[in-house]
Ligand binder design. Structure first.
Ligand code: F0G
Length: 356
């Protein structure tokens, strides 16, 4: 038996790499597809969770980063830069270490989860907190990459999309075909773009490598209500949501997200912070899967769509849960009852646990 080699080696023939590409990897990808029993019952569908928090830095960004950093290294880049709501910066920082590169990250001041900041710090990234939101950070990162010798590794870099499309390959490889519906949270809209590309390539009968899938799924994307520019049809100047990972008012891949929606017969809708938190708690307390709030937007969206009668019973559905709950544990602790303190005494402990 052998371990998973990382997505570039596992899907080499379907990625833009050659024999000279220095593969920078932490063995990302190969993440679990977990049956969601309670969500399945709730929606009367067969629901699976693609648990991307199981990637090396705890989010799906590692799929894009192994490609983006490997390709940047191949072209001789010595430094990379990104704007981030937290996860991209954590991933870029880790892969830059592996590549021996300098990593600069721009994050919105006070709006990134502590765990993600800790990751960027411990991996030695140069962090600038910007007095603005994510959209301002991305504008700044693009300007710096234009003028200075530093490679941009946000999802506007096509290598990121190439890496992230492999998640769709894995779903098809596990299920034997594409699901009926695939549900994702949407922030900057890179990931929905990547999945749609992956599903299309895997179902393309004219592809030289053949077509493992017979069809493509409908793509359902969910934004947070306070940061839902695609739903509103115009940029949101001051986006707000507790799901800081998707607190984005002007997504870079807006057009591609609309194409994924329209070409797949899908939809892009919004979920409130309340719906996000409810799904977050349900996943943790009833499925045993701890995700960060933004990740729960996919499941919140599916539950909303099912309630609206938009999902036929019996459908096979995959929800991507994009990031690990440990990155942003504030919401797990907030509102939960405080653990009680007991003396070193079995009777007292048993009494408190309701055993005696
Ligand atoms: N879920 C999580 C946990 C994320 O970190 C992000 C994006 C998304 C969903 C949305 O994905 O942007 O491709 O539509 N995080 C970026 C970052 C913006 O900087 O880490 P998207």
């Amino acid at each position: 038996s052998r371990q998973w080699r990382g997505l570039i080696e596992e899907y080499r023939s379907r990625l833009p790499v050659d024999d000279h590409t220095p593969v920078v990897t932490l063995r990302e990808g190969g993440t679990p597809l977990v049956p969601a029993q309670v969500v399945s019952e709730l929606t009367r569908c067969e629901v699976h969770l693609k648990v991307e928090g199981a990637n090396p830095t705890g989010s799906f960004k590692d799929r894009g980063m192994t490609m983006a950093i490997s390709r940047a290294k191949q072209t001789g880049a010595k430094a990379v830069i990104c704007a981030s709501t937290g996860n991209t910066s954590a991933s870029a920082a880790a892969y830059a270490v592996r590549a021996g590169m300098v990593c600069a990250v721009l994050v919105p001041q006070g709006k990134i989860a502590l765990g993600k900041m800790g990751q960027a710090l411990v991996h030695g990234a140069q962090i600038l907190q910007v007095d603005g939101n994510f959209d301002d950070c991305l504008t700044l990162a693009r300007q710096l990459a234009d003028k200075y010798p530093v490679a941009l590794v946000n999802s506007v870099n096509p290598d990121r999309i190439e890496g992230q499309k492999t998640a769709a390959f894995e779903v098809v490889d596990m299920l034997g075909d594409a699901p009926d519906i695939h549900v994702l949270p949407v922030g900057n809209a890179g990931n929905i773009t990547a999945y749609w590309k992956g599903y299309r390539e895997y179902a393309d009968a004219a592809h030289p490598l053949g077509a493992p899938a017979s069809r493509t799924p409908r793509m359902f994307g969910y934004q947070a209500s306070g940061a839902a520019p695609i739903v509103r049809g115009e940029p949101v100047k001051d986006p707000s949501t507790l799901a800081t990972a998707i607190r984005i008012g002007n997504p870079a891949s807006w057009e591609q997200a609309l194409a994924a929606r329209d070409e797949s017969g899908g939809l892009i809708d919004e979920v409130t912070d309340r719906q996000i938190l409810a799904a977050y708690k349900l996943l943790a307390s009833q499925e045993g899967v701890f995700v960060e709030p933004a990740s729960a937007a996919s499941v919140a969206g599916l539950i909303k769509a099912a309630d609206q009668g938009l999902v036929e019973p019996g459908q096979r559905i995959v929800c991507t849960v994009t990031g690990n709950g440990l990155k942003d544990p504030d919401w797990a602790v907030a509102g939960a009852p405080r653990p009680v303190t007991v003396p070193v005494d079995a009777d007292a402990a048993a009494h408190r646990l309701g055993l005696a």
